[in-house]
Design a protein around this ligand. Structure first.
Ligand SMILES: O=C(O)CCC(=O)C(=O)O
Ligand SMILES: [Fe+2]
Length: 348
């Protein structure tokens, strides 16, 4: 673990810095991942959620990449653009305004804050983030004392629409594993699962030295799944074993869906949790909005019994989402090994 800025005053205003400070200068080694880039021939196809073969397509993408790109997902372009614009407006506020919603303790998980993965890296990331967990009202009132309603209404609409989509995607993933409603008691259909979620707004300001900076270092998401909208600027990369880093180019209205650690556990290791990162550039600000979807708080996540037999040993012990987050904050990339109970990965 590394020491981070202790007081909020040590946050730098990335939007006005003309030279990359030493504390933001990365070498590839610090990212701790092989730096090979994938060939252009490998690409992640886009799945139309109305395709009659959707289950087979979802299974293939989940198994091969741990990530999907989707269209015809039912979220209007207008809503995505409005959320992107709201994020942009938030990050363009003066620093002293943003610091009013910066958490005072490290246990506070919402507001304007450094990435939770920061303590695991020696350098800072070229990114600003705002996390929404629960109601946005209190923070919105501090950010826009006279005009907080439009932001709050938009966040509520985004949450409602994304929750429906997340439930649908979770079921596509479960069905693609041969799971039906009798096999899982907590996952109701289409938004009725009571699953919880966090919205993460990210901004990667124009960077004076993009090749030596890191937007968001390589990590996997601690969710069941994450639905990501990115603006027109590229930067998101996913890592595929044996292939390397692959850029997921933004396309209008296309959403990126990451398999998170908890879906990997449910699938008893069949679906990989995807390692991903965000790079920065010297020309345009990049904005992304992540809807991080998890199970209801009291549910213990463990490999689904239907996916466990004498040839496919149960790989992980049960954990709740909050237990998992707690472990991740200590063990980061080793967290899955910490809860692992069977030695070798299964071959399905
Ligand atoms: O900005 C991106 O494309 C990635 C964001 C991300 O991975 C996250 O918020 O967990
Ligand atoms: Fe992520």
């Amino acid at each position: 673990m590394h020491t981070l800025p202790q007081s909020q005053n040590q946050y730098l205003d990335l939007n006005s810095i003309k030279e990359l400070p030493e504390s933001y200068t990365w070498t590839s080694l610090q990212d701790d991942c092989t730096d090979c880039l994938a060939t252009d021939t490998e690409s992640l196809s886009i799945i139309d959620l109305n395709d009659p073969d959707v289950l087979a397509l979802v299974r293939h993408a989940c198994k091969t990449w741990g990530v999907l790109q989707i269209r015809n997902h039912g979220i209007s372009l207008k809503l995505l653009e409005n959320m992107e614009a709201a994020a942009s407006k938030l990050f363009s506020l003066p620093m002293e305004q943003k610091l009013k919603v910066s958490p005072s303790s490290t246990n506070d998980t919402s507001g304007y804050r450094l990435p939770t993965i920061s303590p695991f890296f020696p350098k800072l990331m070229w990114r600003e983030g705002f996390t929404i967990f629960g109601s946005p009202v209190e923070h919105a009132l501090k950010l826009w004392p006279h005009d907080s309603k439009s932001f709050c209404d938009l966040v509520e609409e985004y949450k409602e629409e994304m929750k429906k989509l997340a439930g649908r995607l979770m079921w596509l993933m479960l069905e693609s594993l041969g799971i039906t409603e009798v096999d899982i008691d907590w996952a109701g259909r289409e938004g009725k699962s009571g699953g919880e979620a966090v919205i993460q707004l990210n901004s990667y300001p124009v960077c004076p030295d993009p090749d030596r900076a890191m937007g968001l270092a390589a990590h996997t998401d601690s969710s069941l799944l994450t639905i990501l909208h990115q603006n027109k600027t590229s930067g998101l990369q996913i890592f595929k074993e044996g292939t390397g880093w692959l850029t997921v180019q933004p396309q209008t209205g296309v959403l990126v869906v990451n398999i998170g650690d908890l879906m990997h556990i449910l699938s008893n290791g069949l679906y990989p949790t995807v390692l991903h990162r965000a790079l920065v550039n010297g020309k345009q600000q990049r904005i992304s909005v992540a809807y991080i979807y998890g199970p209801p708080a009291n549910v213990h996540i463990s490999p689904l019994p239907k996916l466990v037999d004498q040839y496919h040993l149960c790989l992980y012990r049960p954990v709740t989402w909050s237990e998992y987050l707690e472990l991740k904050s200590k063990h980061f990339r080793d967290t899955l090994s910490v809860i692992r109970i069977a030695g070798t990965p299964n071959v399905f």
